[in-house]
Design a protein around this ligand. Structure first.
Ligand code: NAD
Length: 487
């Protein structure tokens, strides 16, 4: 597919392609080349109203939740098959709009999206209430009912996968959904909705509005007829959404927010495995991963050698055309994000951290118009520095030295975030102690960025609350009713 082959996108409301009432559009660009890919509607509150009304109507009429569970299971399985069938097309769209490599789009975004729908198809027939022994002559039972109309707002770094993490469990629970993708990466969400209808999902159950956060996103967040808001994105926006809920109808909110995850290496670690974990933990998806291991904590005994080995590999990392099989790292999502990352580099230098490699834009040859940033490593970073405290969301690693276990725990827990962490050691007691002491929603031991649809993912502290994936996501999209029957 060439960029010229991408038709202008449309809102997806009640199974139909629609323009924004205002007629306004948003340009979607390829960040690796800055070329215009296509346009999508710039939805306003009146468009969000239409999408929410379609979702509400499908919910009230029970066009989806009223279907036999085995049929709903089949629809989600068919959707998983269709995502796989269109894997090449979806991967290319993802690469064109995000600047990540095709390998990453296929392997870490589109492939997992198909398996996520398959996983939640398995839940459709397993969501049920309980009977509870109560005093007196009563039968008491619970009904686990769908939450209603779900507003799902997602970011640009894993557009299809993060949309799927919301849409798949919400549909499995019988909810209807209005999905708002990032204004930078709306294309795969629109294809997902079309494929869902092709798979047999009734019209109006999954609607997609494309638009900006402060207009379409805000309208969804403040909508009086949305029952639940499921969000992945920045901590700043998460705060705005809590306000929006408080100031509207107290809709339920779950938030998957930012991170500053520590990757902690002890001297007895399997060195090669730890190097690889540290390397891809920060440079995978060009550092635009909420769970990126952006703080590398290395024991003083091995610190210098470890950092130098990493840097020598980082200097050889091939940046370039994301569609080229040999490219290891693509471009940042936008000029603004690139400038933000470079601003953090400057702050690291100003605060006295030692720039070991990278730290600048790569605009060589075909990369001239793209937003590429060389893989960057800072050494001698102090835990209080800005580059060790704030989420950069780019290929910038802050390497911090620690002297003993307590010191490592203190540094690891010393930010506002608590999304993920990793520990590298052969000492099983130490590994479990660290897993218990670290305040994070996920702790990896001797591995990094392990994900499975069955395993919950989400934050401690200001990394958010509520969990995506696994049985825990089912709790996000259902509510429990207690029924009393006098006998
Ligand atoms: P962002 O918060 O700016 O935007 C995310 C989404 O929210 C977009 O669709 C955007 O349009 C919308 N939005 C923005 N302002 C809004 C508002 N006021 N009201 C309603 N919607 C609004 O985040 P981003 O820059 O797109 O993504 C990067 C952030 O996402 C990083 O902080 C990263 O850590 C986080 N993230 C977290 C996870 C996780 O699972 N915890 C996963 C991926 C990304």
């Amino acid at each position: 597919m060439s960029p010229a082959a991408i038709q202008p996108g449309a809102l997806f409301i009640n199974g139909k392609r629609e323009d924004a009432v205002s007629g306004r559009t948003i340009e979607v660009r390829n960040p690796a080349t800055a070329e215009l890919l296509t346009t999508v509607p710039d939805a306003g509150s009146e468009d969000v109203d239409r999408a929410v009304a379609a979702a509400r109507t499908s919910f009230v009429r029970k066009t989806w939740r009223g279907l036999p569970p085995s049929r709903r299971e089949r629809v989600l399985l068919t959707l998983a098959d269709l995502i796989e069938k269109h894997r090449d097309e979806l991967s290319l769209l993802e690469t064109l709009e995000t600047g990540k490599t095709l390998r990453e789009s296929a392997g870490a975004d589109v492939g997992p999206s198909a398996s996520c729908f398959r996983y939640y198809a398995g839940w459709v027939r397993k969501i049920h209430g309980e009977t509870i022994p109560v005093d007196g002559s009563f039968l008491n039972y619970t009904l686990r009912e769908p939450m209603g109309v779900v507003g799902a707002i997602v970011p640009w770094n894993f557009p299809l996968q993060l949309a799927t993490w919301k849409v798949a469990p919400a549909l499995a629970c019988g909810c209807s959904v209005v999905l708002k993708p990032s204004e930078l990466t709306p294309l795969t969400a629109l294809r997902l909705a079309e494929l869902a209808v092709e798979a047999g999902l009734p019209e109006g159950v999954l609607n997609v509005v494309t638009g900006y956060g402060t207009t379409a996103g805000d309208a969804l967040a403040r909508h009086m007829d949305v029952d639940k808001l499921s969000f992945t994105g920045s901590t700043r926006t998460g705060r705005a959404l809590l306000n929006a809920s408080a100031e509207s109808n107290l809709k339920r909110v779950s938030l998957e927010l930012g991170g500053k995850s520590p990757n902690i290496v002890f001297p007895d670690a399997d060195r090669e495995a730890a190097i690889k974990g540290a390397f891809w933990g920060i440079f995978g998806n060009k550092g635009e991963i909420c769970s990126a291991g952006s703080r590398l904590l290395v024991h003083g005994d091995i610190y210098d050698e470890f950092v130098e080995t990493l840097a020598s590999r980082a200097r050889r990392l091939k940046l370039g055309d994301p569609q080229d099989k040999l490219t290891m790292m693509g471009s940042q999502i936008s000029a603004a994000q690139m400038e933000r990352v470079l601003g953090y580099v400057q702050s690291g230098v100003e605060e006295g951290a030692r720039l070991v490699c990278g730290g600048e834009r790569d605009a060589e040859g075909a990369k001239a118009n793209g937003f590429f940033v060389k893989p960057t490593i800072f050494a001698d970073v102090k835990p209080s520095m800005k580059i060790a405290q704030e989420e950069i969301f780019g290929p910038v690693l802050a390497a911090i030295r620690f002297e003993n276990t307590d010191h490592a725990i203190e540094i690891a827990n010393g930010t506002i975030y608590g999304l993920a962490a990793a520990v590298w050691t052969r000492d099983i007691k130490l590994a479990h102690r660290m897993a218990a002491e670290i305040q994070a929603g996920t702790v990896w031991i001797n591995t990094y960025n392990g994900f499975d649809n069955g395993s919950p993912f989400g934050g401690y502290k200001q990394s958010g609350f509520g969990r995506d994936l696994g049985m825990h996501a089912i709790e996000q999209y259902t509510q429990v009713k207690s029924v009393w029957v006098a006998l």
